[in-house]
Design a protein around this ligand. Structure first.
Ligand code: MG
Length: 156
């Protein structure tokens, strides 16, 4: 068994879509990034890659590559799974936390699980997604950014 952890943070800005866990969430701001800036999917991808001792997603998907502009982060997740599968590992489960002052995440969690289970090739009950605010503290608490943490277990 191999454990992995991942963390990511993106700035919340005007005129961007808000995509979390592969689901577009109606909100007047979105996350800034070279890809679709899906902070939850990025944290999960890094947890998966890290569990296998591989490089992080910046290695596989450099933000300097113009071909990757606006890339759907579900492609990144599929690549992470392909890389660890190649080494003989299977994803057992994921647990994750989104840290966002706004908007309300709870109503979208089941949709995120559906999308992520499809990308990761595991059942929805193998994916934990929790959400918390930052209690108004710091930049996340002021609504300037959204962060995510993830842990995963790989088995072979
Ligand atoms: Mg990221």
């Amino acid at each position: 068994m191999r454990i992995g952890t991942g963390y990511d943070i993106h700035r919340l800005v005007e005129d961007r879509r808000l995509v979390l866990g592969g689901v577009e969430i109606p909100y007047h701001k979105g996350l800034l990034g070279h890809s679709d800036a899906d902070v939850l999917s990025h944290a999960i991808a890094d947890a998966i890659l890290g569990a296998a001792g591989l490089h992080d997603i910046g290695h596989f998907f450099p933000d300097t590559d113009p071909k990757l502009e606006g890339i759907d982060s579900q492609i990144i997740l599929r690549k992470a799974i392909a890389e660890v599968s190649h080494l003989g590992y299977k994803l057992q489960n994921i647990d994750s936390t989104l840290i966002a002052q706004e908007p309300k995440i709870g109503p979208h969690i089941n949709s995120m699980k559906r999308v992520l289970s499809n990308s990761l090739g595991v059942t929805e009950d193998s994916i934990g997604i929790k959400a918390t605010t930052n209690e108004g503290v710091g930049d996340i608490g002021k609504g300037l950014a959204i962060a995510a943490q993830a842990a995963c277990l790989l088995v072979n």
